[in-house]
Structures are given as C-alpha cells and as structure tokens.
Design a binder for this molecule. Structure first.
Ligand code: TXE
Length: 492
C-alpha cells in the first residue's frame, strides 16, 4: 500500500479511496495507492507552508543543503536496485533502463549539491560611494510539483533536487499511474536529513489531487511536466494567484538526415530516437526528415530494423523495449495510426499489436513506421507519444529548416551530416530547446533542458534549473545615510 506523506507522516486518504497500480507488461495489480481528497491536499500544502515559514530548511546555509543533497545521492546509490525494480513494475520498462534512470537521478542530486555549494550573493557595482549593493538568491517558497508517468523518478528529481537546493518546501503529485518510486523517495529524503514538512506527497488524479497545486493561494510556484492540454489548464489556474510557472509539455521532434550523413550511425540512431521506451519520451525523434536522394535506402532499412525490435516485460532479458503505459494510451496510439493512414500515410512497419502469446495481457504495440507524410498532416503535427515514426523528405537546407520549425512545439531535434558547417548552420536556425548533431538523446544535468514555443517555458537542469526555484532579491545598503534633498521642505 502506498500512503500519502504529509509533515513527516504516512497517512491514508480521508475518503478511504484507493487506486490499483497496473503493471503495463501483463495488466496485473502491482500496488494499491491512496487516492487523496481535496482536503488531504490542503493539509499537505499547509504543512509545506508552515515548514517554509518557520524553517529551519528554508533558512539553512547553502553548505548544509548541499550536504543533505549529497547524502540523498548516497542513499539512492545504496537503494538503487529496489528503486529500479519499483520503477519497472509501474512503467513496464526494462529493469536495465530503470537502472540507467537511477544513475541519472543520482547524478542530478549530486549536480545540484555542487551547484548550490558554489552559489554566493552577487555584489553589484552601483558606482556610488558608501553603498553596498548585493543580490541575494532566496527560495521561491512553497512549490507544487506535478510529474508524468514515462520517467517518474527522473522527472521528479529534476524538480525536487533544485527545489531542495534552493531551500523551498514542496508538495509533489506523481502520475496516478506510477507513484511508487516518488513515494519511496520521501523516506530517502527523511533519512538524509530533510526535516518534516519540507517534502509532502499527495497521490491520485490530476483533477482532484493535482489541480490545487496550480490554484491554491499558498503555493508560490508550480512546476509541471506532462501533456500540452493539461499544461494550458495549469497555466490558466496559476494566473489567478500569479504563481511562477514552469512547464515542460513534450514535443514533436525533427530528426534531420542529410544525404552525406554517416548512414549506419544515422539509421541506428533514428531507431533509438523514436523507439526508445516505446516512444514514450518527450524528446522522441518521432519525425524523420530525410533527404530525398537517400530516402528509399534509408527508410527501407529503418522499417526493416523496426520490424526486428523485440518487445517484452522487464524480466525478459531478450526484450529491447516494453509495453505502453496503459490500455487507454495504446488505444490513443492505435487511433493516431489509423488516422494517419486515412490522411495518406503509407504504413511500412508495425501498425499493430504483437501476435506472440506471452505479450497478449500487456499493453504492447509494434514499432511503427509511416512513410509518405507531409507537414500538413495531423500525424506529423500531433504527439503520439508511442512507437510511431513519420517520414517526410526534403531537397534543400532551407526547406528542411522550414519544415523542422513547422510545429507548435520546440523541445528537441537532431541533424545528421558530415558537413560540420552545415550542421551548425541548421542547428542555429532550429527553434528547439536541445539540438543534437550526429547524436540523439544524450543529456546531462549540467545542461539546461526545456522547450521553445508550446513545449513550455522555464528550464530544468543546469544553472537555470536552479534559478527557477529562486527569487533574486536586491539589497541596497547606504553606509553613510543623509538627506536626499529632493523636496526642499520650504513653505511657499
Ligand atoms: O498527461 P497529463 P497524460 C503527453 C503525451 C501524452 C499526453 C497525455 O502526448 O499522450 O501528454 O498524457 C496530472 N491539474 N505527455 O494524460 O494529463 C496527471 O495526474 C493538475 C508528455 O498522462 O498531462 C499527471 O500527474 N495536474 C509528457 C500529470 O498531470 C493534472 C509526459 C501528467 O498528466 C491535471 C506525459 C490538472 N488539471 C505525457 N490533469 C512529457 N512532457 O514528457 C492531469 N494532471
């Protein structure tokens, strides 16, 4: 049973309601989680608010918070296997992938521990004698964190680590589909020395447990990773109380392949770009833009290799990727593919559920390649968030730049070519938050992550990822005060 965590204590929902957590690989129940009511969320917000106001966390030194973050990283290292197992059960991802995620989570805590230990107040040169002017970096306050189901703990860590480093207190609501590892993390934080009230966990649906985090007057900032439609609702709700908002809303990411690219590397990475974690990745390279002269050779090979991808459960050591998160999500992907075909896309791989008997109870879908697409088609513009690649062709550099920017999103993209000048020219003109040249997917905690346009705003990771959780306060101190003589005080 996964309970709520409020002010250092495990609690049941005040309604007594619970929710079954389903294993995507076979549909079995792996956990049961409490379903918070509005009143439970209110309690969690009050706990975070009181902790922020009274301290000690919000008033501790950077050095202290840095040492606690380092300890969190050590504890996660110790408990890596149990976290990875829980993540695999909730998400259906391979155990090894869940372990890679844990390595990344640990790096994120280490990075923000280091970053906050180096941060000092900034002296400002005001060109005035006897004045000291300083910028102080203070915590934003109580933050509401809402996370999705594809990388549950990793996405939580991108928010929790900088929030703690800054001295904020928080209430987190993980996806109702994947709450296990975020819940485990609450105990890790306590063990590492985070005081009661600083970290609070509510569980349940977005509408009931999530929405107060974007509307409650005692929340100072809301950070959300999820879908565009929900992101718009959160931004609208946050405007009532003028909260700070950070949004990461996915993307429809172009993977551009020029004819002079290293073919083997580009083909192999085109598969990883889109089919990693069965396409349930915000930066998935789901939109292949391939130069016309190499189209047939390139795309036939991508389709051939897509058909060879082995699906399976976290325990299946032969599997290369897993199931989709839920039956509902698979239904959505199936509709997306059917619609693409009706728009004129040519199905050249996948487009169906697997036929193997051992996969029948899971929410599996074959890696799918749709050729003959163009940027007017809905399948090119909308995120499927499944294992679906659309293919378009181009003939010139200018044309491919225009095509790659012809999207409401702007999260990530890649350029494949041996011509480094061309690669840089294209990268400079793409309106996306991350551009890989002759690579796809790597990211590091030291580098900012986030989107242009409707992929959201604000950055996670890097120095800007810490700045999201801080207010800059200017303190001006006059060391030799005297009259300003603006008003002369004389009677007329
Ligand atoms: O996301 P939601 P869903 C995209 C992807 C996917 C689509 C929908 O295209 O198909 O979004 O997925 C909480 N107030 N991404 O429905 O609803 C919800 O409980 C506050 C991209 O799963 O956005 C969960 O915790 N919170 C993405 C979180 O929002 C609310 C990752 C995300 O769920 C809420 C996932 C509300 N009114 C999906 N409604 C990425 N950027 O990586 C829901 N939630």
């Amino acid at each position: 049973m996964i309970d709520l965590f409020i002010n250092g204590k495990r609690l049941k929902s005040s309604s007594g309601e619970t929710r079954n957590i389903i294993h995507p690989a076979d549909g079995s129940i792996v956990e049961v989680a409490q379903e918070a009511t509005n009143g439970d969320v209110e309690k969690a917000i009050k706990s975070a608010q009181l902790a922020f106001e009274t301290g000690p966390w919000s008033k501790t030194t950077n050095a202290h918070r840095s040492s606690v973050l380092k300890r969190i990283a050590e504890l996660l290292e110790r408990d890596k296997a149990s976290f990875a197992k829980a993540e695999s059960k909730d998400t259906g991802k391979r155990f090894i992938e869940a372990e890679y995620d844990m390595d990344d989570v640990i790096k994120v805590f280490k990075y923000f521990a280091e970053l906050i230990s180096q941060q000092t107040n900034r002296k400002v040169n005001v060109d005035r004698e006897n004045v000291e002017s300083t910028i102080h970096y203070e915590p934003v306050g109580v933050v509401g964190l809402i996370t999705p189901w594809n990388y549950p703990l990793l996405q939580a860590s991108w928010k929790i680590a900088p929030a703690l480093a800054a001295g904020c207190t928080f209430v987190i609501k993980p996806s109702e589909l994947t709450p296990s590892t975020t819940s485990l993390l609450m105990d890790t934080l306590t063990e590492a020395g985070v005081p009661d009230g600083v970290h609070n966990l509510v569980l349940g649906s977005g509408a009931v447990a999530g929405s107060p985090l974007s509307s409650h007057p005692d929340i100072d900032m809301v950070s959300f990773t999820g879908g565009l439609i929900t992101g718009k609702k959160i931004m609208a709700a946050a405007s009532e109380t003028v909260k700070k908002v950070a949004l990461e809303l996915g993307g429809k990411n172009p993977n551009i392949v020029f004819a002079d690219a290293d073919m083997d590397a580009a083909i192999d990475n085109a598969l990883t770009a889109v089919f990693l974690h069965s396409g349930q990745v915000c930066s998935a390279g789901a939109r292949l833009l391939v130069e016309k002269s190499i189209h047939d050779k390139f795309v036939n090979e991508v389709a051939r290799r897509a058909d060879l991808i082995r699906l399976g459960s976290p325990e299946d050591s032969f599997a290369e990727t897993g199931a989709l998160i839920s039956a509902a999500h698979r239904d959505k992907v199936e509709k997306y593919v059917a619609n693409a075909i009706s728009e004129g896309a040519k199905l050249i791989a996948g487009g169906k559920r697997p036929t193997e008997s051992h996969l029948q109870n899971g929410f599996y879908y074959r890696p799918t390649v749709l050729d003959n697409c163009n940027s007017k088609m809905q399948c090119v513009q909308d995120e499927s968030f499944g294992p679906v690649l659309t293919v378009e062709t181009f003939e010139t550099e200018a044309e491919v730049i225009a095509l790659a920017n012809d999207t409401i999103y702007g999260l990530a993209g890649a350029v494949w070519t041996k011509d480094i000048d061309k690669a840089q020219r294209v990268a400079n003109q793409l309106r996306h938050g991350t551009i890989w040249i002759n690579d796809y997917h790597p990211y590091v905690p030291q580098a900012e992550w986030g989107g242009f346009k409707q992929s959201g705003f604000g950055r996670e990771l890097g120095p800007m990822g810490l700045a999201e959780y801080q207010e800059a306060k200017h303190v001006w101190q006059n060391l030799k005060p005297g009259p300003s003589n603006w008003f002369d005080g004389k009677e007329q």
